[in-house]
Design a protein. Sequence first.
Length: 160
Amino acid sequence: MAVVRLPDPRAASSDAHGRHRTRHTHPRTEYYLAVTPHTDDRLIGFARLGLSGVQAAKLGAAIAADHWRCGYALDAARTIIHFGFTTLGLHRISGAIGPDNAASIALVTRLGFTREGRLRDHVFTNGAWRDSILYSLLAHEWETSCRPQTSSPQATVTKD
């Protein structure tokens, strides 16, 4: 992954109309991480934390099919999980995954997530209700066993 830029959640920002705001007046509910190939700045995917509840977030990610099995999802997930636990002070990160999505299940398992159970008829997609398998990772689990030294030799995290 090329340079990764995560916004400083404490920083003030301006919207498209130049209006100044801070997180105290409009707190963020989502953080996205753009994923680019090692060779250029083309967007090939993302990782996402959607804040939910107290010190909790839901993890999501997508990588373009022609870049699957290259380590991008693992690198992006590690980076945004680290950001969530260290910078945002999260206690829990969860992910709901389709039971047939073996790659995503392998990914969260490799990252130390624990399977919590099946959510029946959790999402409506392609004209039908689908189950999800719920996984979660707690901050102390990340600290003791899963925290990476660095995401990868090529990844750099900066805050804007």
